[in-house]
Write a new protein. Structure first.
Length: 106
């Protein structure tokens, strides 16, 4: 299990155990963590699972694929540390990952 912390826009935090192999989006949805809508269910087709990856995790999480980058264009408030959480696969190497959810997913 990897511990993933989700920080909401209002600063409230939730840390949950997520099974390696699931996505950061699935970890939120399965644990009823608010702030991630995931309308397309993880197909990289909606951009409503936008999160900001917090330092020092950016390098470990890696860069978005070309498809993810073009889908991120549909998200609001995109920053250099923006990712679509359905495209981040949880592994033991990401134990402790911290992501922030935006004010809204549209
Ligand atoms: S859940 Fe739709 S792009 Fe991630």
């Amino acid at each position: 299990m990897a511990k993933i912390t989700y920080i909401a826009h209002d600063g409230s935090e939730r840390t949950v155990d997520v099974k390696p192999g699931l996505s950061v989006m699935e970890g939120a949805v399965k644990n009823n963590v608010p702030g991630i809508d995931a309308d397309c269910g993880g197909a990289c087709a909606c951009a409503t699972c936008h999160v900001y990856v917090q330092e020092p995790w950016l390098d470990k999480v890696g860069k978005p694929s070309a498809m993810e980058e073009s889908m991120l264009d549909f998200a609001e408030g995109v920053e250099p540390n923006s990712r679509l959480s359905c495209q981040i696969k949880v592994s033991d190497a990401l134990d402790g990952l911290v992501v922030k959810t935006p004010e809204s997913q549209h």
